[in-house]
Design a protein around this ligand. Structure first.
Ligand code: BEZ
Length: 391
């Protein structure tokens, strides 16, 4: 069935980037018809570090991405003012470990050089500082790190519901439970084929996380992305530490089984249940057509995280009670890049009518990437240098 409406813009994916784009585009293009489609319902979360919060950080090893986080910071503050609610809780971002190990999240030593270059204040910490202040034990004596106090955690549901309300108020239309089977761009616009409807728009944004790859393959657009299923474990605290604890990320040299990277969220400032969440950042066993997502935490990865907690986090109770879940991470294969966001001009017939945002740990860029996508959909040069994001 054909929808008789000719939309100005269709956004495929009502995740953070899709919602943010809908709001910015609707705000900046009065009277345009904007439709947001999603195969699931609002607030379905398959991608990211799962749970109630995401890491907020300003620091990056790569200066071109670092500059973008500083811009994103201004837009988060603007969004918080607009919504009259706090979305980022600045409890700090603690990085520790082997300062020389390079990972997909960057490198501690290079990130300190970058923070110096960008004049971003941070406190450098020895292994003893980290153990004394934050309660870790048994860390490698050569470990060091820093705390960046403007970092912290983003309220996921608060952000998504805020953007949904703002986009709806600005006039965007939403349709959920609409799996998309094909996107067909041409010289005059794009046809979007859903299970029981065909939609037509002048421009389309694809921001549908792990689903993007399958939509792009028939257009011969292959982004070098892999999807991994990562484990996240919630556990109770046996002691309350005195200070408000930061988000932390442990940079460690890889071991034979995995990349040996762990991160943790303390009980978040707006929750009542007081669970810590400990995650594995293991880029192993990418999801393929033959080996799909199980949506179950890999038991070996759960055991690795529990072992990390037993050895280094005596304030947790990994063996009393824990619950494990999994989340998907769609990440560029090239570890020197973090995201893909660009117009598909020249990549397929009608590509000038398609914008694609795919890959990376992008939640922290939600307001900025929404604005960039809105610019690209309006055929405007983005207001920021996005050469590090283009494909
Ligand atoms: C990030 O800040 O980008 C990040 C945090 C936790 C796991 C992976 C990535």
């Amino acid at each position: 069935m054909h929808s008789s409406v000719q939309w100005d813009v269709i956004i495929v994916g009502a995740g953070p980037i899709g919602l943010s784009t809908a709001w910015h585009y609707a705000k900046e293009n009065n009277h345009h018809k904007i439709l947001v489609l999603d195969q699931y319902s609002l607030l379905t979360q398959l991608v990211g570090t799962s749970g109630e919060e995401r890491h907020w950080r300003l620091q990056y090893s790569e200066l071109e991405i670092f500059r973008l986080t500083l811009e994103a910071d201004k837009l988060w503050r603007e969004l918080e003012r607009q919504a009259d609610r706090k979305l980022i809780h600045r409890i700090g971002s603690l990085w520790f470990g082997d300062a020389d190990v390079w990972t997909n999240e960057g490198q501690i030593r290079q990130t300190m050089v970058s923070m110096d270059a960008m004049d971003l204040p941070y406190e450098r910490l020895t292994m003893q500082d980290i153990e004394r202040r934050y309660g870790f034990v048994g860390l490698d004596p050569n470990y060091e790190g820093f705390i960046q106090h403007d970092g912290g955690v983003i309220d996921v549901k608060g952000t998504l519901s805020t953007l949904y309300s703002l986009a709806s108020e600005a006039g965007a239309t939403f349709r959920f439970q609409q799996p998309i089977s094909a996107i067909e761009p041409d010289d005059n616009g794009v046809t979007v084929i859903a299970s029981d409807q065909q939609y037509r728009a002048r421009k389309v944004l694809i921001a549908s996380g792990p689903g993007s790859k399958a939509l792009l393959a028939p257009l011969n657009i292959e982004l070098a992305l892999s999807t991994f299923e990562m484990a996240c474990i919630s556990m109770l605290r046996s002691q309350r530490l005195e200070a408000r604890d930061p988000f932390w990320f442990a940079f460690q040299p890889p071991v034979s089984s995995d990349s040996n990277l762990f991160y943790g969220f303390p009980p978040n400032p707006w929750s009542v249940n007081g669970f810590d969440r400990l995650g594995t950042d293991f880029e192993v066993d990418p999801i393929t057509e033959e080996h799909g997502a199980s949506y179950c935490a890999n038991p070996q990865h759960v055991e690795r995280a529990l072992e990390f907690a037993r050895r280094h986090m005596p304030f947790l109770e990994p063996d009393r009670q824990h619950s494990a879940s999994s989340c998907l991470a769609v990440l560029p294969n090239d570890s020197s890049r973090q995201f893909y966001l660009d117009n598909a001009k020249g990549r397929c017939h009608g590509g000038e009518n398609l914008v694609i945002s795919a890959g990376g740990w992008a939640f922290k860029f939600t307001p900025l990437m929404g604005k960039i996508c809105a610019d690209l959909l309006a055929d405007r040069q983005p207001r920021w240098d996005i050469s590090a994001l283009r494909f």
